[in-house]
Design a protein. Structure first.
Length: 158
């Protein structure tokens, strides 16, 4: 689907993105924002924004992601998001003919559960795994559970 239409499952996501992306285009934005993303304020913001479940992931678990984000060129990042928003493959999901496993996190602010469920319904023969209480960072929060399900899926389907 169109990623900005479902981000935080809010109609405000796209307008907020436009404002933030324009700020990122200002000269020196990378220099100003990178220390914030990599600094001590980032973890409280990530938790408050429901981007990670602090009961299942620690700041040190999430720190490599923040370090990576702090090194990105923000202009390029926002251009990539804008391009991703222009692409919508929902109308083609029914054409997928390979074994497919959809893993969904109930508290994922980026990819709402209903979106994952819709994908699983549209892809013929897709299997669906729900992770109650997990966020968009589920792979960090619940790696054993996810890896076990992927191993089982591969053993049974491939």
């Amino acid at each position: 689907g169109k990623v900005l239409d479902t981000f935080y499952d809010s109609k405000l996501s796209k307008p907020a993105f436009e404002v933030i992306s324009r700020l990122a285009e200002l000269p020196g934005s990378n220099t100003l924002i990178a220390p914030l993303v990599r600094g001590p304020i980032a973890w409280p913001v990530v938790k408050a924004g429901r981007l990670v479940d602090p009961d299942h992931a620690t700041e040190s678990d999430f720190r490599p992601y923040l370090e990576h984000m702090g090194r990105l060129d923000l202009r390029l990042f926002f251009r990539m998001v804008r391009q991703a928003h222009r692409h919508d493959a929902f109308g083609r999901l029914h054409e997928i003919r390979v074994p497919t496993l959809i893993i969904s996190a109930s508290d994922d602010a980026f990819t709402p559960v209903w979106l994952s469920e819709k994908m699983a319904r549209e892809i013929p023969g897709a299997e669906y795994m729900a992770l109650p209480g997990a966020t968009h960072a589920a792979i960090i929060e619940r790696p054993r559970e996810i890896n076990a399900r992927i191993r089982r899926f591969l053993a049974e389907r491939l």
